[in-house]
Write a protein that binds this ligand. Structure first.
Ligand code: FRU
Length: 624
């Protein structure tokens, strides 16, 4: 075997390396054994091995060697010829790290180093001011969310080793008010059974699983090529900080060898005093029951042929809520995240309303009826927080699988939409979910500018919305279209980039058009590494008279028929890279990402074909 030893003695050339390394190049020895195996010997104890990442590189296998069969290799895009950023690889007191599948001439070997610290100061222009994001690394679905002892736990699909999808862990943040989040260490790490995919957490009040009264029990999917998608269990007795995996995992495998079988959501069904799991199974949701969270019995399935087509079911939730606030009339809502299936391409959240008898769900609408929790393009994997009593609170991931990996962000990727309170209302014989921003978001308001009511006939401008450094704001207003055919506004910046939001009364739609909102060619700025197509099959998108350019540069719309009409109350949240619109208490919710190159700082109201009235316009500056 060809062996090559050398000490890291070179001076670091990449300036950014100094921000990552406390003791550049000291304390470790890199031993190349041919081109396929490199052994990094840690000679001086340190907390982290700092890994240089190049996003366009292939994934290589990096493994902390402890001598245990549980040692698990992580997939890391180690830098080959340029460095995008660094990630910390925790050494946990160990001395050996093996790296497979990368040559000895790769750039990473020049700047890999040891450190006891890792600088997480924000370096991304588009990092939101008041939305939850991971400090670094990739995030997708919120999962396992649970409320216990005054704390909301937000676990999430997390890659600590790069800002693209991979190495699924459960990242972890906690909050007392759903708005201010504290980042904690990942709670569940990828292991030899696979990635830790989405799932849920319950409070085991009656100690059914035997880990103590009120212990937190997580059910998640382990996903790997070797074992497929199987449901596993872990428990926590330290308030969700760490989890111990059940020694007899998995607790559930698909009876028919199904490939797509994941994202278990578990809840206690009081009438039968049993646990129920709803788990996505390709184009269905399957229901299982259990007395103890470990032994699961199949009951039924629902989904095939229902709702938007084509689709792939993921991330279910199943909640019971009062209709029009009346606790004597309760209905069940099945939340189904689908990818693809979004009206505008890619991923979105739909739901079905119906009845449940403890075994089977029956949807009360026609199979072709499609109901959306959000009409934007960046609302996915939304599920509810367990154990919140009479409140039903959902949190979405604010992205779309079509381009989530190529947003113009590096240090981290992935943000959550604002938490939403779900409720049921009826309209024209159907029952719908309203998804309104939680009232806790009011704590973000720092100062408020009240604008006198005005009529628009043509154009009306409002300038200086902020000091030009941040567009973190909330705008509330009532729009009465009077006889206007179109009424709306452009949210503009000094460069003329704009997010257009308007009511099209002829078509009966609320429209958000981001074709001129800032950076819209996400594939172009990620030269060559991605291909974001113009799809010609999307009827909903094509029905807008908007110049559709690619999967990002487009408009989204929602039917105004969901609202009562005459006057529409809009509550709009703008952050560094997002615009969330809530109409009439969430009867319409619309979440879209935007990448303006300067903060939006003015409004241009306009009408076409008549007059409209804008009243109760309040512009709140938001701060965390
Ligand atoms: C949804 C999803 C889930 C899966 C997870 C993997 O976005 O595909 O079905 O558990 O992401 O990260």
């Amino acid at each position: 075997m060809r062996q090559k030893f050398f000490k890291l003695t070179m001076t670091l050339t990449a300036a950014t390396a100094f921000t990552a390394c406390q003791t550049p190049n000291g304390g470790l020895e890199v031993e190349h054994q041919g081109d396929t195996l490199t052994i990094v010997h840690i000679e001086k104890p340190a907390k982290y091995l700092i890994l240089p990442i190049q996003e366009t590189s292939n994934e290589v296998k990096v493994r902390l060697e402890t001598g245990s069969p549980a040692d698990c290799a992580m997939d890391v895009r180690l830098a080959v010829d340029s460095i995008d950023y660094y990630v910390p690889f925790a050494l946990n007191g160990q001395h050996t790290v093996t790296v497979r599948r990368i040559g000895s001439d790769a750039l990473c070997w020049d700047s890999i180093c040891l450190s006891d610290t890792f600088d997480t100061t924000n370096r991304d222009y588009y990092r939101p001011v008041y939305h939850h994001t991971p400090l670094y690394g990739w995030m997708n679905d919120p999962n396992g969310m649970v409320y216990k002892d005054g704390e909301y736990h937000l676990y999430y699909q997390y890659n600590p080793y790069g800002s693209k999808w991979g190495n699924m862990h459960w990242g972890h943040s906690v909050s007392q008010d759903l708005i201010h989040w504290q980042h904690l260490a990942p709670a569940i790490a990828r292991d030899t059974l696979g990635h830790i995919f989405s799932g849920s957490t319950v409070v085991d009040r009656n100690n059914t699983a035997g880990y103590g009264i009120n212990s937190l029990i997580a059910l998640y999917t382990s996903a790997s090529d070797e074992h497929g998608q199987i449901q596993c269990m872990a428990y926590s007795t330290d308030n969700g900080r760490t989890y111990i995996k059940y020694e007899k995992n998995p607790v559930l495998t698909p009876f028919d060898g199904l490939k797509d079988f994941r994202d278990p959501k578990v809840f206690w069904y009081e009438p039968d005093k049993k646990w129920i799991m709803i788990v996505s199974a390709d184009k269905n949701m399957r229901f299982y029951s259990s007395p103890n969270l470990k032994d699961w019995t199949y009951m039924s399935q629902f989904g095939e042929g229902y709702g938007a087509q084509p689709n792939q079911f993921e991330c279910p939730d199943f909640v019971q809520m009062p209709v029009n606030g009346d606790r004597n009339t309760m209905k069940w809502v099945m939340i189904v995240n689908i990818n693809p299936g979004c009206m505008f391409g890619g991923s979105a959240t739909e739901y079905f309303v119906g009845n449940f008898n403890g075994k089977e769900f029956k949807c009360e609408s026609h199979p072709q009826t499609v109901k959306w929790i959000d009409y934007g393009k960046d609302h996915y994997a939304a599920v509810c927080i367990s154990n919140t009593g009479d409140r039903t609170i959902a949190i979405p991931w604010m992205s779309n699988w079509q381009y989530a990996n190529i947003t113009p962000i590096k240090q981290y990727r992935g943000a959550n939409g604002l938490p939403r309170e779900l409720s049921l209302y009826t309209k024209n014989g159907e029952t719908y979910v309203a998804a309104n921003v939680v009232p806790e978001a009011k704590t973000l308001r720092k100062d408020t500018r009240k604008v006198d009511d005005f009529q628009v006939n043509g154009e009306h401008r409002i300038k200086h919305l902020n000091d030009g450094t941040s567009s973190a704001m909330e705008m509330e207003m009532d729009i009465t279209p009077d006889n206007a055919q179109t009424v709306g506004f452009d949210l503009l910046n000094d460069k003329g980039e704009k997010m257009k939001i308007y009511l099209d009364m002829k078509e009966g739609r609320l429209v958000a058009d981001r074709t001129e909102s800032g950076i819209t060619d996400l594939a172009g700025i990620n030269k060559g590494s991605y291909d974001v197509h113009v799809k010609e099959t999307d009827d909903h998108r094509k029905s807008l008279s908007i110049n559709y350019q690619n999967d990002f540069a487009l408009g989204t719309w929602a039917p105004l028929s969901l609202c009562d009409g005459k006057t529409y109350h809009l509550d709009i949240f703008v952050d560094k890279c997002s615009v969330e619109i809530f109409v009439d208490g969430g009867r319409i919710a619309m979440t879209n990402l935007v990448f303006p190159t300067k903060p939006y700082n003015s409004l241009r109201f306009y009408t076409e074909g008549g007059e409209a009235t804008i009243s109760n316009l309040n512009i709140h500056r938001l701060e965390l």
